[in-house]
Design a protein around this ligand. Structure first.
Ligand code: WTA
Length: 655
């Protein structure tokens, strides 16, 4: 673990915040006693616990024969049951005992330019059925994969739900990814159809989504049709026969499409995420277990109530948006607020305006965003009431206690509980988090596992660390309903990646510590994955992007601490013979990575070196590079070529 400094600093964290009685009284889990009781129930028999949750929170067409079939590392939950995600997210709110929700807002949406829409459950019901019929009319059948490369507009949620309605797994590609990344993902998923938009708004400019799709799908033989939502209205090229306008197709589509009765283990979606190799992995989630997990955690962790206006600021292109903008929230019949654009457009007060305008009650965002707000200054926040808020959440990266305290004071006015939620693309839903109203929180800790979830901390040999405060590797000892079912098309990689490091345990790739109260402190990645502004990036992926530049001979990428983003990306590059390092090339390389992978992967810094420091066996000495990148190891003028291998020799390092 190379995060000793962080461990040191949080060991000193002693502040504790007990649930406030007024909050607890009204909460779904109203006391520590009730919470402990839930834990005990789950510890006694976790399958029975999840079966009860599944029965109480999800509607099924056919009940299951077996709650869990566990052939390590392959899990099947609710075996034999049939359900449908779109039915749970929509139909059950417009028919039967909850039909009154027909005219309740499902999605409150605000576009970046300031346009606004409210989509009721009734309207969502119509739109989703229509788009499901559109998909069918374009030849999409149960099991076919659909790629979604879209801005944060309601049509994205409609498209997702329409896919689930007919059993066509979607794969959403975040709008910040490049044409190359789109192509690779669509090819890996063998997508049959793509939904996109002419463009999306970002900080006042147009992100040319359709243009990217055009560049990508030329090399994706399986894509037959592209459906285009009109959003930014600039001129785009529509390829005859292949491309169709969303509004044209919707105009004539029937608004009746019965939800398919799908097996609980029917694939729901594939979401690509960075791993420890150069190739992103397609994390596969299925229907029943994922739905149970996201529905139940949404309800209890966000204490979601009928009258809440819930806002998660994540883009739907990430897992947080899948689980906690769309599926878990709508399945509860709640109101989900969606904002299309940047937090600093037209100015840095946009988020606080939105909270006051719609009287947002629950606000869920990332530590990077919180640290950015801190830097923008308190004056911008103090102008707003923010008195509608009653609960705050964080996700995606460790939160430093300072940011946590600031969040509590400036945004939560010392009134709102904070839920620091730890989970991953692979876990489908939240695994470790306080339950507000029942769990005492402490800044920087995600506290306790959700009932029915069994994490542990182990040492190098997979032995549980029993010593309090000892650091180790975060693992899960039992399967859980929302867990990934595999890596799409690559069961071997699934086994190797998650289940081979420690026998019989799921290895999350994070380092963690457990304190004397039993609280978990997640310290960050211990593998070659970096967490940059809450986004996962693989060092290998960026290295291969750098090396694909004709002037680059070799590259090594490491993270360095960054005050705002948590981690910044530094690329060490050695050039082909006869190439000269200069500012222009440095800039060109940063741009090259942005083009290859997407702007989110653009290195903060590129440093040139004659040679990369290596061990005798030829392994790059990443620890040394990390020290240099972080400024813990001082080297000369960074604008010229540095010979790190000499430094390594002097130190006699072996990584
Ligand atoms: C990190 C995002 C500390 C962690 C939902 C994990 C966190 C990775 C937290 C997954 C948290 C997420 N505290 N670290 N509350 N939440 N992480 O797949 O390193 O984008 O492995 O899923 O983010 O990132 P992913």
């Amino acid at each position: 673990m190379h995060d000793e400094i962080a461990i040191e600093s949080i060991l000193k964290e002693k502040r504790k915040f007990k649930p406030q009685p007024e909050f607890a009284k009204a909460a779904h889990i109203a006391s520590t006693k009730a919470y402990n009781q839930m834990h005990r129930e789950a510890e006694k028999n976790f399958e029975r616990f999840w079966a009860r949750m599944a029965k109480e929170h999800v509607s099924w067409f056919t009940p299951w024969k077996k709650t869990l079939q566990w052939k390590l590392p392959f899990a099947k939950w609710f075996v034999g049951a049939k359900t449908n995600v779109s039915y749970n997210c929509i139909d059950r709110h417009v028919e039967g005992p909850n039909a009154w929700r027909r005219n309740k807002a499902a999605i409150i949406w605000e576009g970046e330019p300031g346009d606004r829409r409210v989509i009721t459950y009734g309207e969502l019901h119509r739109e989703v059925q229509k788009f499901a019929n559109v998909l069918k009319s374009l030849g999409v059948k149960k099991g076919d994969r659909v790629g979604l490369y879209m801005p944060m507009v309601p049509e994205l949620a409609v498209a997702m739900l329409a896919c689930t309605r007919i059993g066509a797994p979607h794969t959403i590609i975040f709008g910040g990814f490049s044409a190359d990344s789109i192509r690779d993902r669509l090819n890996d998923a063998k997508a049959k159809l793509v939904v996109t938009a002419d463009g999306g708004w970002r900080r006042g400019s147009i992100v040319p989504l359709k243009e990217m799709v055009d560049q990508a799908v030329g090399d994706v033989p399986t894509v037959e049709n592209v459906v285009v939502v009109r959003r930014t209205e600039q001129q785009i090229v529509m390829k005859e026969e292949r491309d169709h306008w969303w509004h044209d197709l919707m105009e004539s589509a029937s608004d009746v499409c019965a939800p398919a009765k799908l097996d609980a283990e029917h694939p729901l979606f594939i979401l690509y995420t960075s791993g420890t190799t150069g190739k992103p992995k397609g994390v596969l989630h299925t229907t029943g277990g994922y739905l149970v997990h996201t529905t139940v955690t949404s309800k209890y962790i966000f204490d979601l109530k009928e009258e809440d206006t819930y806002w998660c600021t994540a883009d739907i292109g990430w897992i947080t948006g899948h689980s906690y903008v769309v599926y878990g929230i709508l399945s509860n019949g709640a109101t989900s607020l969606m904002y299309e654009g940047a937090p600093n457009f037209p100015d840095v007060e946009r988020f606080w305006q939105i909270i006051d305008r719609y009287k947002v009650t629950i606000f869920y965002t990332a530590p990077t965003a919180i640290r950015t707000f801190m830097r923008w200054g308190d004056a911008h926040i103090k102008k707003y009431r923010l008195d509608s808020l009653r609960l705050l959440g964080t996700v995606g990266e460790p939160i430093n206690p300072e940011a946590w305290m600031w969040y509590r004071k400036l945004i939560g006015k010392n009134r709102c509980p904070i839920v620091d939620t730890w989970w991953q693309t692979e876990t489908g839903g939240i695994l470790i988090s306080p339950v507000p109203g029942a769990v005492t929180t402490t800044p920087g800790s995600a506290t306790r596992p959700f009932p029915g979830i069994f994490p542990d901390i182990v040492d190098e040999n997979g032995e549980p660390t029993r010593k309090k405060d000892a650091g180790g590797y975060l693992v899960l000892t039992k399967p859980w309903p929302g867990m990934l079912r595999g890596i799409y098309g690559d069961p071997q990689r699934y086994k190797e990646q998650y289940w081979s490091r420690f026998k019989g345990l799921y290895f999350a790739g994070d380092g963690a510590r457990r304190d004397k109260d039993g609280n978990f402190w997640v310290m960050g990645r211990v593998d070659d994955v970096m967490n940059v502004a809450g986004h996962r990036l693989s060092t290998m992926e960026i290295e291969s992007a750098l090396v694909s530049h004709p002037k680059v001979a070799e590259a090594a990428v490491v993270g360095r601490p960054d005050e705002i983003k948590g981690t910044g990306v530094v690329g060490f590059v050695s050039l082909e013979a006869n190439e000269t390092p200069d500012e222009a090339l440095r800039e060109a390389l940063r741009k090259h990575v942005a083009r290859e992978i997407g702007p989110i992967a653009r290195p903060d810094e590129v440093r040139f070196t004659d040679a990369l420091p290596k061990t005798r066996s030829g392994k790059i000495m990443r620890r040394l590079l990390r020290d240099i990148a972080a400024g813990r190891e001082v080297v000369g003028d960074t604008t010229t070529l540095e010979d790190y291998s000499v430094l390594a020799k002097l130190r006699g390092d072996e990584d």
